[in-house]
Design a protein around this ligand. Structure first.
Ligand code: ACO
Length: 330
């Protein structure tokens, strides 16, 4: 029996960050930068870097196991696996298929979803809809990235910003946990070069030239991304609240994409939601793209700040450009 009205809830959350910490001071020995420059421009102090032996699916596995344990759900109860990532283990098969095998699951629907830093919220929206359709019962939604594998460690304007990690959520119909109460996802593909990995796809397959030109690494126009990020995150947050008859005053907690503290501060001003309602952990992890929101959600939840009856807002933006927001009811 399908029911469009039954609530989809987050039955459990989990996250995982590689052990290896890379501090701003250590980075300043590799490229021409300083702790003062990085921290004052971004709010980042350190990030985690996966080892050569750890791929994105390994980070995803640890986060998924933690989420399953938190939800008290056995792996074989999961019939849908969605992994949001821009750093899959390989172009194909999907990281979701690799994760499925590592979890010991068989015969379940698995796919990757690519919406860059908005990927986890996009994946929640898709899993929410599929669960509501009644075709699946329990979903594992993961945001996982090994961004260190596509970072140009000679480019100081980008290498200081990113880190590796994974976060996961188990979704089910009804049950205890925060309720998913609405989504907004959007994109504008007019300017892909603002933030991209230019080579390695069908438009610029790997060649000696793409290697020499370092086109397999992430490229970004930081200033333009900054301006767009603030604009689209405000739009995604405000529009979703309006559609649900809510005002910024109704929001108790905001979990924004963890890219840059100055972006979060601008968003706070534009939405007229005070900074103390924004959960930020980017100082410890840098920007982990699709993993940033689920890692932050898991940490915030474990710190005990979410109280029953409160309202949460997730807001993300990423390469594409993409943007996404979601309302949570605790
Ligand atoms: N250390 C020291 N100096 C640096 C560094 C560094 N790491 N990086 C750049 N600089 C220098 C530049 O060369 C420039 O020097 P110049 O004036 O002599 O030319 C100067 O600092 C200023 O550079 P800007 O790029 O103008 O610095 P800005 O204040 O804009 O900050 C930053 C740069 C932090 C990248 C900012 O633009 C930003 O945060 N943008 C958004 C990035 C972001 O969030 N990206 C993630 C998107 S999400 C996703 O999908 C992955």
């Amino acid at each position: 029996m399908t029911s469009n009205s039954s609530a989809i809830v987050l039955l459990g959350l989990g996250s995982h960050a590689p052990k290896n910490r890379l501090t701003n001071l250590e980075l300043s020995k590799k490229v021409d930068t300083s702790d003062e420059w990085i921290f004052s421009r971004t709010g980042i102090s350190e990030r985690r870097i996966a080892s050569d032996e750890e791929a994105t699916s390994d980070l995803a596995l640890c986060a998924a196991q933690n989420a399953l344990k938190d939800a008290d759900v056995l792996p074989d109860e999961i019939d849908l696996v969605v992994v949001a990532t821009i750093t899959p283990d390989m172009t194909f098969p999907s990281t979701a298929c690799l994760l499925q095998h590592k979890l010991g699951l068989r015969n379940v629907c698995c796919f990757d979803l690519e919406a860059a830093c908005s990927g986890f919220v996009y994946a929640l929206d898709v899993a929410d809809a599929l669960l509501r359709s009644g075709r699946y019962k329990k979903a594992l939604v993961v945001g996982a990235e090994k961004l260190s594998s596509i970072i140009d460690w000679e480019d100081r304007s980008t290498c200081v910003l990113f880190g590796d990690g994974a976060g996961a959520a188990v979704l089910g119909r009804d049950g205890a946990g925060p309720r998913l109460d609405g989504f907004l996802c959007g994109a504008d593909g007019a300017n892909p070069s603002l933030l991209c990995q230019p080579a390695g796809g069908s438009s610029r397959p790997a060649s000696n030239e793409t290697l020499t030109r370092r086109e397999h690494f992430l490229k970004m126009n930081g200033r333009e991304i900054f301006k767009n990020a603030v604009r689209v995150m405000e739009y995604a947050g405000r529009t979703l609240l309006e559609r649900h008859g809510l005002t910024p005053d109704d929001v108790d907690h905001v979990i924004p994409h963890q890219a840059n503290r100055r972006i979060v501060e601008s968003l706070s001003q534009r939405l007229s939601i005070p900074m103390d309602k924004f959960y930020c952990n980017l100082e410890k992890y840098g920007n982990t793209s699709a993993a940033s929101i689920p890692i932050a959600m898991d940490e915030a939840r474990r710190s005990g700040i979410f109280k029953s009856g409160e309202t949460g807002l997730l807001v993300a933006f990423g390469a594409g450009l993409t943007w996404a927001s979601a309302i949570l009811r605790f």
